[in-house]
Design a binder for this molecule. Structure first.
Ligand SMILES: [Zn+2]
Length: 139
């Protein structure tokens, strides 16, 4: 699980792999997947999450777009429940760390190295704050 840590509980990051990621690319090259379909579904999934964060579309619409992309790539997987929780509770709006303030919902999208690094920063910052709190209660 690619988690996003927060005060009370942890959340499942929303996985939207890039078409250029090797496992996806291989399946396109071997003709199992159609590149245009995949690209279209990828863009739709990404923009759905962003629109949802901006409160432009409802949760079910966002989940529907995520599931369409997910079905195309990993036909048997269904994370809708975990994703519904992540999206509906909007943990990125409640975090005060620099990354969440700067990038908002992007922090919970799991794809590509740079994004994962940013979520890593958020998680590290969270762990550091927890450690500091523990230390402060001990002294
Ligand atoms: Zn954060």
């Amino acid at each position: 699980m690619n988690n996003y840590f927060s005060e009370h509980e942890h959340y499942t990051a929303i996985r939207i792999p890039q078409v250029i990621e090797t496992s996806v690319k291989k399946r396109i090259q071997s003709g199992i997947l159609n590149q245009e379909d995949v690209q279209r579904a990828e863009n739709a999934a990404l923009s759905a999450v962003r629109k949802y964060a901006q409160r432009e579309i409802c949760l079910s619409k966002a989940l529907e777009n995520l599931q369409t992309y997910e079905d195309l790539l990993f036909s048997s997987r269904d994370y809708s429940e975990a994703y519904a929780r992540t999206l509906s509770e909007r943990p990125w709006e409640k975090c005060d760390c620099r990354v969440c303030k700067e990038v908002g919902v992007e922090v919970i999208i799991f794809r590509g190295f740079n994004r994962n690094k940013r979520r890593g920063f958020h998680n590290l910052n969270y762990s550091y704050q927890q450690l500091k709190k523990e230390r402060d209660t001990m002294t």
